[in-house]
Design a protein around this ligand. Structure first.
Ligand SMILES: Cc1cc2nc3c(=O)[nH]c(=O)nc-3n(C[C@H](O)[C@H](O)[C@H](O)COP(=O)(O)O)c2cc1C
Length: 260
C-alpha cells in the first residue's frame, strides 16, 4: 500500500495534472481515478488520503459523491481535498467533508472547460493558458507543503446552499443537452471518443460515434476530439476546446497511477 492515496476526477485534465504534481511533492502516492467506480476503495492503510476534483454545475462531478461514500479510510489518516473551478468553488468540498471529515481543504481557479455555463477561458484572475498552468504548478507545491506539514483548515468548507440548488438543476439540464450530441463531417472515425468515455456511452455504428443515454457530462469526448467533430446542439459550434496540455487522452483512461 502506498503511503498516500489520492482519489481524482478529471474531465479535461486539470485535476489529474494537479494530482500528479501534488503526488510528486509527497512521494510514494497512488492516484485512483473516480471517472468510473474507483478500482481501490480500501484506503485504511494510507497515511494521507486526498480528493482532487472539479466543480461541475456548482457541485460534484459524475458519481463522485456515491464513490466517496464507498471508500474506507483509517481513523488516523490525514484527509484533504482540493477543488478546481472556473469561477467559484461550489458545494463539492462541503459534500466531501460531510462524508470524510476533512482535515485540510483548498481550491483554485483554472482554465475553464465549461461550454454551457460560462464564457470560455474564464479564470480568476484572468490569465492566458501558459500562465494559468504555471500558477497551477505553483499552487500544487503550496498545497503539498501544507499537506506535508499536516496543516489543518481553521474553518469548514462553505456550505454553498445556492450552489447545491444549482447542482440539482444542472443534472436535469445536462440530461436535456446531452441528448443533442452531434458529429460533423470532420470526424475521422479514430475511435478516441469511445475510448475516453468513462461510461462506455459511445459506441460505433457505421464507423461513426453513436451516443447512448449514460452520459455523466465530463465532456472529455468533446474536449479531446482531435478533429473538433463533436458538438452539443449549437452551443459548442463557435467555442474553442480546452484540455490540460500535460494530460493526454490515453492518460485520462487509466484507472490508477503510481508516483514516487
Ligand atoms: C460540465 C461542467 C460544469 C462546470 N461547472 C462549473 C461551475 O459550476 N463553476 C465553476 O466555477 N466551474 C465550472 N466548470 C469548470 C471546471 O470546474 C474547471 O474547468 C476545472 O478546472 C475542470 O477540471 P478538469 O480539467 O480536471 O475536468 C465546469 C466544467 C464542466 C465541464
Amino acid at each position: 500500500m502506498s503511503e498516500n492515496l489520492i482519489y481524482c476526477y478529471s474531465g479535461s485534465g486539470n485535476c489529474l495534472d494537479m494530482a500528479k504534481n501534488i503526488a510528486k511533492e509527497l512521494g510514494d502516492t497512488e492516484i485512483v481515478m473516480m471517472r468510473s467506480f474507483p478500482v481501490k476503495t480500501d484506503a485504511t492503510e494510507a497515511k494521507r488520503v486526498g480528493f482532487i476534483f472539479p466543480c461541475y454545475g456548482g457541485g460534484l462531478p459524475g458519481n463522485v459523491e456515491s464513490y466517496v461514500k464507498a471508500i474506507h479510510i483509517g481513523i488516523n489518516s490525514y484527509k484533504f481535498a482540493i477543488v478546481q473551478y472556473a469561477g467559484y468553488k461550489g458545494c463539492g468540498l462541503h459534500k466531501i467533508d460531510k462524508i470524510v471529515d476533512l482535515d485540510y481543504w483548498n481550491g483554485m481557479s483554472n482554465h475553464c472547460s465549461c461550454i454551457w455555463l460560462m464564457p470560455h477561458y474564464l479564470t480568476v484572475p484572468p490569465l492566458p493558458r501558459k500562465l494559468s498552468q504555471k500558477r497551477s504548478e505553483a499552487m500544487a507545491k503550496k498545497f503539498a507543503a501544507d499537506i506535508k506539514a499536516t496543516k489543518r483548515s481553521e474553518k469548514k468548507p462553505p456550505k454553498g446552499t445556492v450552489f447545491a440548488l444549482e447542482s440539482k438543476l444542472l443534472s436535469s439540464q445536462n440530461t436535456k443537452r446531452i441528448k443533442k450530441f452531434t458529429v460533423n463531417e470532420n470526424c475521422v472515425s479514430c475511435g478516441q471518443c469511445a475510448k475516453i468515455c468513462p461510461q462506455g456511452n459511445i459506441t460505433y455504428s457505421d464507423a461513426r460515434p453513436a451516443f447512448g443515454t449514460n452520459c455523466i457530462g465530463c465532456l472529455s469526448c468533446v474536449q479531446y476530439c482531435p478533429s473538433k467533430a463533436i458538438n452539443i446542439g449549437s452551443i459548442t459550434k463557435h467555442r474553442a476546446r480546452y484540455h490540460n496540455a500535460n494530460i493526454t487522452a490515453e492518460e485520462l483512461t487509466e484507472k490508477t497511477f503510481h508516483i514516487g
